[in-house]
Design a protein around this ligand. Sequence first.
Ligand code: HEM
Length: 495
Amino acid sequence: MNAPATSPTPTAPGGLPLLGHGLQLARNPLPFITSLRDHGPVVRIRIGPTPAYVVTDPALTRKVLVTDAAHYAKGGKIIDALRVFFGDGLATIADGDAHLRNRRLMQPMFNKAHIADRGDAMIEQVASAVGAWPEGQPRDVYEDMNEVTLGAFLVALFGADLPEHLAGEFTALMPDIMEGTIRQTILPPWVTRLPLPANRAHAQRVARLRALIDQAIDHRTRRAAGPPSGAAAAADAGCPHAAAAGEQRTGLFDTLLTAEDPLTRQQLQDEAITLLTGAIETTGTTLAWTLYEITRHPGIEQRLREELATVCADRPLAYEDLEHLPYARRVLQEAIRKYGPAWLVTRTATRDLDLGGHLVPEGADVVWSPYLHQHDPAVFSDPGAFDPDRWTTGDTAATRGSFLAFGDGRRKCIGENFAWAELQIILATVLRTWPSFRLTSRAPRPQAVVTVKPDRMTMRFHRQPAPAPRSTDDPARITTGPEPGPDTEPSPSTG
Ligand code: HEM
């Protein structure tokens, strides 16, 4: 890091006088960001008048996130915009003691044992939501996946006994909150401060979300302080399942509520709102793309169904089954690789820095993109193809270093274990509940906003199995049919 910066930093072509590369980022974000690799390991772009430095070499991204992380502070325009509404939750709080303390406090919420304790309650919740879809009607899969993800997350966070009206209101509110949040991060900050109806509506919805979180916290606090629950009473009566039943009634959030050095109510709200927004769209988007790829690859679908049938036979899915579903995990990992889902993340240089021989001036935004690294043809051959088996044969140091979907270093995703559990539960449940499903809309186009989401994706779900896949299908790797990969079919806009 201390070697003198000697290499001139190339500027990406096509910048306009006032807008810089803003138009390319808005119109063709994914092709634009991946094209930067051709210009060098560090490439300067301009967003309006402001320069930003995009890192295209995974080894340098590791420097930014891990080895030199102290000089690349969490920050940038997107984080500033999020902080206005979400306060100092774990994802937006500045680097430093408060972040470390809160991270330490929250880490136990997401350890494997805690997640496993909520596993069966999540499975129950997901099975009831997915089983309630009417057969044969076109459904917006992106919306569905976000809703199912939210339902499972609420059960995990606040316990299986969260009053129905609260769960319902969360579900109704979150899509608008996410949309408003995206708008806030895209628009210039001064526009988001104007007394416009859309700004006021967003502020009101966030206030309502905080009130709902307050009610959920009050509910948990009352449960913790109240008379013995059904589980405790059962334990008194010697019921062997009492401990497990008790776990299902508590939520991951109880870890924060009962901490020795507890957070204030405002901090608890900030953390809950951060978790809700961080957990849903990332996981929901991944699931929507996974289902889409399954509809395009009958061989992959067949292997998934066979694996599930071998593990579960005719009994319902159980949490312990998840570790016996390695093919499902590879399919999900490939969806995460191919579609981001976080495609652009920023840091701010705390002083003049040397990054691989390039000068990054103090205060400049440094951009890294999991999507860019995960589409590097030198590491992932034919990166636009959907090939779950690349994870069987190609799990090398290079692929591990370039698979950065969950970040790295001290700001790495705290919810990664949880995300894997939730992804596997929901995918397995959809497959078990619906013996066949088919895309009814045209091939979706990826839109890079906060995540890489589909512009439109509807499917019909059927209780009858589809006819067996054609014998020409190669279950190991099928790349026939139109490839609407982000690199070949760019999104029309970010907004
Ligand atoms: C497929 C699913 C997910 C993906 C791809 C994902 C991706 C990421 C990435 C890339 C970061 C690092 C951002 C940075 O370096 O600035 C991050 C941080 C974070 N994620 Fe996730 N995430 C996922 C699911 C979740 C879930 C389920 C939760 C909560 C249960 C969660 C909560 C968080 C939080 C709180 C942070 C901030 C951590 C910190 O700064 O200390 N994420 N996530």
